[in-house]
Design a protein around this ligand. Structure first.
Ligand SMILES: Nc1ncnc2c1ncn2[C@@H]1O[C@H](COP(=O)(O)OP(=O)(O)O)[C@@H](O)[C@H]1O
Ligand SMILES: [Mg+2]
Length: 577
């Protein structure tokens, strides 16, 4: 990294710009990324009031030259590139030269820095972007930046901030992800004087997985170390035992930058198919791709995590092979034989898979089915009387078929059960019933990550009112003594019900306040309901249908999907079937 320069207008126009600091977590991200760009191996982040009043980042990187200090606060001032072509071989996180300028312009900003070649450091102080003082101070090599009173001069943006603990959570979550890609950097996060998170810079991903996800996950990961075509893939994938209900724990980095990519998602889905995960489950992985910077274009929008790969097929294949070969390793299968024939096997399967699956499948004659479905609106609301019906049977171990007044109803067993449980839990919840818990014979103690544990603590009332009987059980663990007293048929254990609910709530955190309750209840109902392909006894079917038909609105599940479609006799002409 050379000296800081101002980019010329042409370059500025070619760089997708517009860095926006929306919240304290963005400040932490920009400053921590600058620290690693400066080669820091140790970074301490201290925040107060969720970062709103105070953020301090101390690093042991190479520091900023004395005469560059004021320049660094100018917009488009960077030492990392000179023009857009440089991006083809640039590996730093930053290159736009905007962050320090943006942050300084909306805060009381202090920066102290010293390089190895200088005896003393320089401290500059700026208010709203205007430098008010610059003086020599004694300092270690490295940079310290203090950002106070963020948004003091942009009150509207300040108003949009969430409460301190939520803002802090954003900071912590970002930093934890960052830590996964920067295992050699030791990181310490301090919140209101207390240490919230530290990593030791050991370079060992298993240590970090243990810290963030707990013992169960750590015992079910396999290391990935794969290289092909100039692309290196490293990190961990999870075994079947820790496959998830959501994609939340599919984390990828490209040269240490956290990205989202449809190509990679599609590739991993294919790789996990048939062996890695169950149907409807998502493989767990934390993977970093190392590749030459000219294999992709990162100059997309600054706040987006997108990237454009130049050769998508190559990336797809390498990522696929990396996951597949870890899945076929001895640790995954405990099988020596596979190891030898692995390369051959992967190649064959890849060819088969790309020939058969990636192209849109036209195997299923979907035409008629979709037509019928689209034409049928959801059955209108029925009156609340007991409905007489004739049970015909169960189709595809999924749809209960009944005949009512010359009409045929197809009832989706999962959606219908989900609907019933939802009503039941909500009723209990609203009335705050005391006896809505079914105690388990043996309590389960569950290890959680920091994040999960905090969510449970913050929302303990939700869990309790819905019928969970929980208690804190030492650091990052909870004990489950009981679960909502609802009719079970899915063979969910209390632990699974609890974890699946928690997982889902954490994945979709957008809704806050009032509707978090609705979402919580719907989630518990969904996780507890019978799934497709589960066999129901005749008694269970009767109960399900009896109860369903007397509901006020039985025809959609809590997520709005139909539980039931109906056909009348006229529609059963041979042409239609
Ligand atoms: N912690 C740091 N250590 C050393 N140099 C830094 C640090 N933070 C910022 N700088 C210098 O200030 C410049 C401007 O930083 P920034 O506004 O984030 O732009 P960018 O990172 O895009 O270059 C950087 O290019 C770098 O030279
Ligand atoms: Mg930067």
């Amino acid at each position: 990294m050379g000296k800081i320069v101002l980019l010329d207008d042409l370059s500025i126009n070619q760089i997708a710009a517009g860095e926006v600091i929306e919240r304290p977590a963005n400040v932490v991200k920009e400053l921590v990324e600058n620290s690693v760009d400066a080669g820091a191996t140790k970074i301490t982040i201290e925040v107060k009031k969720g970062g709103k009043s105070f953020i301090k980042i101390i690093d042991n990187g190479k520091g900023i030259d004395k005469e560059d200090m004021p320049l660094s606060l100018e917009r488009h001032a960077t030492s990392k590139i000179r023009n857009v072509e440089d991006l083809e071989h640039t590996y730093t996180m930053g290159f736009r030269g905007e962050a320090l300028a943006s942050i300084a312009s909306i805060s009381n900003f202090t920066m102290i820095s010293k390089t190895d070649s200088e005896e003393v450091g320089i401290k500059i102080v700026a208010d709203g972007g205007d430098i008010v003082s610059a003086e020599e101070v004694s300092a270690n090599t490295g940079t310290t930046i203090i950002v106070e009173n963020l948004f003091f001069n942009t009150p509207v943006r300040y108003k949009f901030l969430k409460n301190d603990s939520t803002e802090f959570r954003y900071i912590k979550e970002w930093l934890q992800k960052f830590a996964m890609a920067n295992l050699e950097v030791s990181i310490k996060l301090i919140n209101d004087g207390k240490i919230a998170f530290t990593t030791n810079g050991s370079g060992n991903i298993e240590d970090l997985v243990y810290l963030l996800y707990g013992k169960d996950v750590k015992e079910n990961i396999i290391k990935v170390n794969y290289e092909d075509d100039g692309i290196k893939v490293s990190g961990v994938i999870g075994t079947t035992l820790i496959a998830r209900d959501t994609r939340k724990d599919q984390i990828v980095f490209l040269n240490k930058r956290n990205i989202k990519s449809n190509i990679l998602t599609a590739s991993s889905d294919q790789a996990f198919k048939g062996g890695g995960t169950g149907i409807g489950k998502f493989g767990f992985y934390i993977l970093n791709l190392d590749m030459p910077a000219n294999y992709y274009d990162i100059n997309v929008h600054p706040t987006k995590m997108e990237v454009r790969f130049k050769d998508e097929e190559k990336i797809f294949k390498v990522f696929y092979n990396a996951i597949k070969s870890a899945m076929l390793s001895k640790e995954f299968l405990g099988n020596d034989e596979v190891e030898e024939k692995k390369a051959d096997y992967i190649e064959k399967e890849y060819n088969f898979m790309t020939n058969h699956f990636i192209k849109p499948a036209s195997i299923v004659p979907t035409k008629q089915i979709t037509e019928v479905k689209e034409e049928k609106s959801i059955i209108e609301r029925e009156t609340k009387r007991k409905v007489e019906y004739k049970f015909i049977g169960i189709l595809f171990r999924t749809y209960i078929v009944i005949e009512v007044d010359g009409e045929i109803y197809l009832v989706d067993q999962h959606a219908a059960h989900e609907r019933l449980l939802y009503e039941q839990i909500r009723e209990n919840y609203k009335n705050n019933l005391k006896n809505n818990t079914q105690m388990t014979l043996i309590s389960d103690v569950i290890n959680l990550t920091h994040k999960e544990f905090e969510f449970v603590k913050e929302n303990i009332e939700l869990f309790k009112k819905a019928g969970f009987d929980l208690e804190e059980f030492g650091e990052n663990s909870v004990k489950i003594n009981g679960i909502p007293d609802i009719e079970y048929r899915s063979k969910t254990t209390s632990k699974d019900l609890f974890m699946d609910t928690l997982d889902e709530m954490l994945t979709n955190e957008r809704s806050q306040g009032k509707d978090i309750e609705e979402r919580f209840i719907a989630t518990v109902a969904c996780k507890a309901a019978v799934k497709a392909n589960m066999d129901l006894t005749k008694e269970e079917v009767d109960k399900l249908i009896d109860n369903l038909l007397v509901l006020k609105n039985p025809y959609t599940c809590p997520h709005g999907r139909p539980t039931t479609v109906k056909f009348n006799k006229d529609e059963f002409t041979l042409e239609n079937i």
